[in-house]
Design a protein around this ligand. Structure first.
Ligand SMILES: NC(=O)c1ccc[n+]([C@@H]2O[C@H](COP(=O)([O-])OP(=O)(O)OC[C@H]3O[C@@H](n4cnc5c(N)ncnc54)[C@H](OP(=O)(O)O)[C@@H]3O)[C@@H](O)[C@H]2O)c1
Length: 195
């Protein structure tokens, strides 16, 4: 996010590729303690289209819970090339959260953790739901001049910033200021205060 909580423009990220950011968020979102398990991602249909285009090689690490108003059979026909055993289609964030909980609670579950991966409504509704335990935020120190995709209610009052937790994957990168491809940014991790 930039300083005004912008996350996208014209279907893309509004900044150039930030190699360390790409490495940081993909490592968090693909690492499981048990190598046989997957991370579930909750994501809107447009973000799903980005994932199958740009992050295809990580699909074997993920179980995707895609939010769309489309009928699931139409969705599955459109994306028939993808393994539907690892894609659930739901119509709302609440259904996505319910599905994620069901997957986590199944005995011998193949899912180890759940990430909300965007876009705007999934991020906003996840925060409103109070279900979020941790936020991995890449804060871009700029206001992008053009944007059409911005989170309007990014309220962190229920969260506290964690400083370099020792059990954190890639903890050594947290808090440093990076400058790559003309963009200055920092990784910030927040945890729900009640945890
Ligand atoms: N910086 C970041 O962290 C980040 C992360 C993700 C994406 N992005 C960027 O953000 C943009 C995409 O995000 P976006 O917000 O425009 O789209 P999005 O949430 O990925 O997808 C929007 C679509 O998802 C479905 N949807 C999402 N939330 C829904 C809800 N609560 N209820 C029902 N349907 C829902 C609808 O699909 P149907 O039209 O099929 O009904 C809607 O048209 C791109 O520019 C992408 O590059 C940035």
């Amino acid at each position: 996010m930039d300083e005004k909580n912008t996350i996208g423009h014209e279907g893309k990220l509004p900044w150039a590729l930030l190699p360390t950011d790409y490495y940081w968020y993909l490592t968090h979102a693909t690492t499981t303690k048990d190598a046989s398990k997957r991370v579930a991602l909750i994501l809107g249909r447009l973000t799903f289209e980005d994932v199958i285009k740009f992050d295809k090689k990580y699909l074997s690490k993920w179980h995707l819970i895609v939010i769309t108003k489309q009928l699931s059979e139409i969705f599955y026909n459109t994306y028939a090339d993808y393994d539907r055993n690892h894609i659930d289609v739901v119509n709302s964030f609440d259904q996505a959260a319910h599905k994620a909980k069901q997957l986590l609670d199944t005995p011998s579950s193949m899912i180890e953790s759940v990430f909300v991966f965007g876009g705007v409504r999934p991020y906003e509704q996840a925060l409103e739901s109070k279900l979020v335990q941790r936020i991995y935020l890449t804060r871009i120190f700029a206001e992008v001049p053009q944007c059409d995709t911005r989170v309007s209610n990014f309220d962190l009052s229920d969260f506290r910033r964690i400083k370099r937790s020792s059990d954190e994957i890639l903890a050594e990168l947290d808090d440093k200021i990076f400058e790559e491809n003309g963009w200055k940014y920092q990784f910030q991790v927040y945890e729900q205060k009640d945890l």
